[in-house]
Design a binder for this molecule. Structure first.
Ligand SMILES: O=C([C@H](O)CO)[C@H](O)[C@H](O)COP(=O)(O)O
Length: 210
């Protein structure tokens, strides 16, 4: 089980400072969608240059022109790129094919997908690397989480790795770990804490026991 730190609400310089604090306790650093919107793929490039030993995920949440966008993110140094599960199969296939060419990984974000189980099965057959259930900020505000969705995809996904994101904190990590995802994504649960390093270390310890 791996830990991904999601960085969303800061600029590139602040993101790099954040990662310096917790780099020993994470496997993957995510350049979040708001950062990419604000600063472009330069943020991905700067992060990879600052931390060549960490995997960098570009959270582009691709919806179309997938092959091209995966190619550009790869050129910027991303090791993993996200596409939305709601995208057309042709887009998913384009992303998968380009990622294979570039030796990168595709993570599908299932945000807003209604029939999680059926879509996860289809995506698995299309050859994506990770399928991630995700409660975005706007539904987190309404008290939702993705723990049941994680159990649902675990029932049907045979080849891809499974991941979970959205409002995960030290207080809820045990429930997440019990469902045995391959990847746990934590943003505000680490970046919003006074003791970021200590919190990341505790989350990492609980994750690595599994
Ligand atoms: O993908 C995300 C969100 O849509 C904003 O871009 C976050 O990175 C993801 O939700 C993880 O962050 P937390 O919910 O703060 O853990």
């Amino acid at each position: 089980m791996e830990l991904q730190l999601a960085i969303d609400l800061v600029n590139t310089e602040e993101a790099i400072q954040l990662v310096k604090e917790v780099e020993d306790h994470i496997d993957i650093v995510e350049i979040g969608t708001p950062v990419v919107i604000n600063e472009g793929l330069g943020a991905v490039k700067a992060m990879k240059e600052a931390f060549p030993n960490l995997k960098v995920l570009a959270d582009l949440k691709i919806m179309d022109a997938a092959g091209y966008e995966v190619m550009k993110a790869s050129e910027a140094g991303a090791d993993m790129i996200t596409i939305l599960g709601a995208a057309e199969d042709a887009s998913i296939q384009g992303a998968v094919d380009e990622a294979k060419k570039q030796n990168k990984k595709i993570l599908v974000d299932m945000i807003a997908v209604k029939d999680i189980e059926s879509r996860a099965k289809e995506l698995d057959e299309l050859g994506v690397d990770y399928i991630c259930v995700h409660t975005g900020y706007d539904l987190q505000a309404a008290g939702k989480n993705s723990f049941e969705d994680l159990k649902a995809i675990k029932r049907v996904v045979k080849n891809a790795k499974t991941a979970v994101a959205g409002g995960i904190k030290l207080e809820t990590i045990n429930e997440v770990v019990e469902a045995q995802p391959d990847l746990v994504i934590v943003g505000g649960g680490i970046t919003g804490q006074d003791d970021k390093k200590g919190t990341a270390a505790k989350i990492q310890e609980l994750i690595k026991q599994n």
